[in-house]
Design a protein around this ligand. Structure first.
Ligand SMILES: Cc1cc2nc3c(=O)[nH]c(=O)nc-3n(C[C@H](O)[C@H](O)[C@H](O)COP(=O)(O)OP(=O)(O)OC[C@H]3O[C@@H](n4cnc5c(N)ncnc54)[C@H](O)[C@@H]3O)c2cc1C
Length: 475
């Protein structure tokens, strides 16, 4: 394959990594990016003379290959950040991950008793598993804890009842820890013998999370690769056994030996030639959820101590609050104000998605104030960013149509599909980086890594890895 021309669609973590690795190995790469900067959902933007991300973006990975690459790109330009994240529920703040005694104390004796009995009930007669998120979590934590700490937040995020949400989401994101284990750990793990884990600290670049991908861009260009910003791919022409080409929105057509796509899987498939009708039908059942970010400028520092908080209160529409002043001091750039962002999730047809920035800022101000987090500090400005197709929705049974689409795309030899909306996987940065790495390796070394299997290894993907002296495990 060497000396052959490779096109990569999308300069988020997945596409940028693939282009970085291939250009390093001497391939001729062209990276097409629709927006005016690299990083995708993991970009960093300048706002009110500070740097902020699109919501909270900590980096962590159990994969040594991913950590090595991250350190190779970032060098020494990162800090390990002490993590504090809490849940806001009924006017109280609970540590997250949950600390059993903190949680039970704040819930009060009556609720605590009900939590314990509903947990015991699960031990005696477990809820029947039916593939839903609701059944999965209830069986592990009991119905009462499920309804307090999982149901409201998950339904805000996904916009569907938890009984309609696939259990994959739980298996992927909730540490396999029963209440019993959590209590046992709290009682018997001595503080000074406890190693720091990814729960306690995370790695964060001094220039914001987007710095990783800006550095990759510089290196790709140094290696002779082309990074085409503001260049949207309209469609891909790929039929198995024939050469593949990219059709740009500006009418240009370019032919390549191989295409790696991280653009939305739905857009890719709907615009490919000769796709069978059943594959098109399967694609139409894949849905995405949007995010609205409301940034607020608070006049003051040390406003509240968390990196981010989860909002479980059902009377508030926001789902998460991030305080960028508590990440690394460099991104605050010496300003006296603090930038906080609030996340709202929606579908295209929802009223909130179509609301004006002014209305969203007013909503954000009102909701943030009601938590008591900013006391009577002045909110001097607001800014809204709307991100379509942010989350692939794991509706119950989503795997069946997805597998049909995967099967079809895998049959096209000169096309690889990677990324969060690219492969319809609820990826963190590290999963997308790994997809990019392995897609490149398949071309460079002729390996046959199954890229669809990445981010399905739920058993090993936990936050419990011990952190090494360098911050990230590379062995
Ligand atoms: C609010 C929020 C918080 C998050 N928190 C974390 C976290 O704490 N830790 C973590 O590791 N991850 C986090 N993530 C996830 C992380 O942002 C994503 O996993 C990662 O950015 C996915 O990378 P990707 O390359 O697969 O896709 P993306 O980042 O979505 O990049 C895809 C790129 O493709 C481009 N593109 C799309 N269509 C076209 C086209 N037709 N032509 C050309 N280019 C196109 C897009 O413009 C984009 O730049 C978070 C995400 C969100 C939304």
């Amino acid at each position: 394959m060497k000396n052959k021309q490779i096109a990569i669609i999308g300069a988020g973590p997945a596409g940028a990594t693939a282009a970085y690795e291939l250009s390093k190995a001497g391939y001729e790469v062209t990276l097409y990016e629709a927006s005016n900067e690299v990083g995708g959902l993991s970009k960093t933007i300048e706002l009110w003379d500070q740097k902020v991300d699109l919501g909270p973006h900590r980096f962590f990975s159990n994969d040594t290959k991913v950590n090595k690459l991250w350190l190779e790109v970032v060098g020494k330009d990162y800090h390990m950040v002490d993590r504090l994240t809490r849940i806001y529920y009924k006017k109280k703040f609970y540590y997250y991950p949950l600390k059993p005694f903190d949680a039970l104390f704040k819930l009060g004796i009556g609720q605590a008793f009900l939590c314990a009995t509903s947990y015991m009930k699960e031990k005696v007669r477990p809820t029947k598993q039916n593939g839903s998120f609701e059944a999965w979590v209830t069986a592990r934590f009991g119905a009462r804890l499920y309804s307090i700490f999982f149901k409201t937040y998950s339904e805000k995020l996904w916009g569907i009842p938890c009984s309609e949400l696939d259990e994959d989401f739980a298996a992927q994101r909730i540490k396999k820890l029963s209440l019993f284990e959590a209590v046992k750990n709290a009682l018997f793990t001595k503080k000074n013998t406890k190693h720091k884990t990814l729960v306690d600290q995370f790695a964060y670049p001094i220039g914001g999370t987007g710095m990783v991908y800006e550095k990759m861009k510089t290196q790709i260009e140094k290696n002779g690769g082309k990074v085409m910003l503001n260049t949207r791919v309209a469609k891909v022409n790929a039929i198995n056994g024939e050469s593949v080409s990219i059709h740009l929105e500006n009418g240009e057509i370019n032919t390549f030996d191989h295409i790696i796509s991280s653009m939305p899987i739905t857009h890719l498939v709907n615009n490919l030639p000769q796709v069978p009708a059943d594959v098109i039908a399967a694609t139409s059942s894949l849905k995405f959820r949007n995010t609205i970010l409301v940034y607020l400028k608070i006049e003051g520092q040390a406003v509240f101590p968390d990196n981010w908080l989860y909002v479980h209160a059902s009377d508030l529409q926001m789902g998460r609050i991030t305080n960028f002043s508590n990440w690394v001091p460099e991104i605050n750039q010496g300003q006296s104000s603090t930038i906080v962002t609030l996340e709202y999730w929606s579908y295209n047809e929802d009223e909130i998605w179509n609301a004006t920035s002014k209305a969203l800022i007013e909503l954000g101000k009102k909701e943030l104030r009601s938590t008591g987090l900013i006391k009577d500090l002045t909110i001097s400005d607001g800014h809204v960013v709307k991100i379509p197709k942010c989350y692939p929705v794991y509706g119950k049974g989503y795997k069946e149509p997805l597998q049909k689409v995967e099967h079809y795309l895998s049959s096209i030899e000169n096309l690889s599909v990677i990324g969060r909306y690219g492969a319809f996987k609820y990826n963190n940065q590290d999963h997308s980086i790994l997809m990019g790495l392995l897609a490149a390796e398949n071309l460079i070394k002729g390996t046959r890594h199954n890229l669809w299997e990445i981010n399905t290894d739920y058993e090993v993907y936990q936050e419990t890895s011990t952190i090494t002296a360098s911050g990230l495990s590379t062995e």
